[in-house]
Design a protein around this ligand. Structure first.
Ligand SMILES: [Mn+2]
Length: 339
């Protein structure tokens, strides 16, 4: 009942719901589910530091989710409390990290990432379930326990978060499947209609970007694993997911422009089970150390953000770190490039 006790501790109605920079579907759908269930009694506002992902923007357009982006530090004093969703490390708050760290009123944190060493708050109000597949599942439990009246739209939203963070149920748990069953029971939409709410292939530019990511792929083999890197102007997360669906086991898709370098990494369930790799911990956190950037995510899906630089070198570094990891498991492993 953390949400319930947080709400009763507030001394006013203004609540900021803050997600991570580069907000993904799980982040925006969890934030929106909170927004639409609180907006009758409270005055919530969704804030995305930096930018939201393409898929998140499509979902927000389709379900009229009001959110504002913060491109520079922002005074948060007008709020009586903050709910942070889908992150627990201060660097994932981007431009707002200092503002949140300085915030003295109640903060509730709902997340399913591994507890980072830059953990945001000391408060007992942190609600972290590292075994949950998505933040949406945790939000669903909290909303139900708070006895709020949940409209069908809220169930559709939470279903989006579960579908996206489980990579279409490539990973899942019994809690995750029972949560999606519950969402589908109460939503007015079918499973495929829900998936269409955040389908990035609805625009031609995105379809072409995904196909180009395959055209530009560099392909490496280590034992049974296929590692792919690609440089793409945008949609790096969508491209990485697409290339895993196309057959790659480990993908690094990146770009570097406008002062920023971004790399999205995805792994197949075969890579997770056969190599035991954790992309966030074993690869991108090490890249972040080398390139002085930041990283976050999970074993199968992770992201790196850094300063603009040579993207090809950074992608080569990702492959080298992956090979180094695989070689520790099997000293006889060799790497081969397929051209
Ligand atoms: Mn998530």
């Amino acid at each position: 009942m953390k949400l319930h006790s947080f709400l009763s501790s507030l001394k006013g109605k203004n609540i900021a719901i803050i997600v991570h920079s580069g907000a993904d579907i799980d982040a925006i759908s969890s934030a929106a589910a909170l927004y639409f269930s609180l907006n009758k009694k409270f005055n919530p506002k969704i804030i995305v530091p930096g930018h939201a992902s393409t898929a998140a923007r499509i979902l927000a357009k389709n379900l009229q989710i009001p959110f504002q982006t913060a491109v520079s530090p922002q005074n948060l004093e007008e709020f009586n409390g903050i709910i942070i969703v889908d992150l627990n490390s201060s660097d994932m708050l981007g431009v707002l990290s200092r503002n949140v760290l300085d915030f003295k009123k109640p903060i509730l944190l709902i997340d399913h990432h591994k507890k980072s060493n830059q953990f945001l708050i000391k408060s007992s109000l942190a609600l972290i379930k590292e075994n949950a597949i998505s933040s949406a599942e945790i939000v669903l439990e909290e909303l139900k326990e708070s006895k709020l009246n949940l409209a069908p739209k809220i169930y559709s939203l939470l279903a989006c978060g579960i579908i996206a963070d489980s990579s279409d149920f490539a990973s899942g748990s019994k809690e995750c499947f029972s949560a999606i069953a519950e969402c589908l029971r109460h939503s007015t939409l079918s499973f495929s209609q829900i998936k269409e709410l955040f389908d990035i292939r609805e625009e031609i530019s995105e379809k072409i970007a995904l196909i180009k990511s395959a055209q530009r792929a560099k392909i490496f083999g280590v034992g049974e694993l296929v590692i792919v890197t690609t440089e793409i102007g945008a949609f790096e997360a969508g491209s990485a997911t697409f290339l895993v669906k196309a057959g790659a086991d480990i993908v690094f898709a990146g770009n570097s422009e406008k002062g920023e370098m971004r790399i999205s990494a995805r792994a197949s369930s075969f890579a997770l089970s056969s190599a035991g790799i954790d992309l966030a911990k074993d690869i991108l956190s090490k890249l972040a150390e080398k390139l002085k950037g930041s990283s976050g995510g999970h074993s199968a899906a992770a992201a790196f953000n850094g300063k603009e630089g040579n993207i090809n070198q950074a992608l080569e570094e990702c492959v080298a770190l992956t090979f180094e990891f695989l070689k520790k498991k099997n000293p006889k492993a060799e790497i081969k490039e397929y051209s």
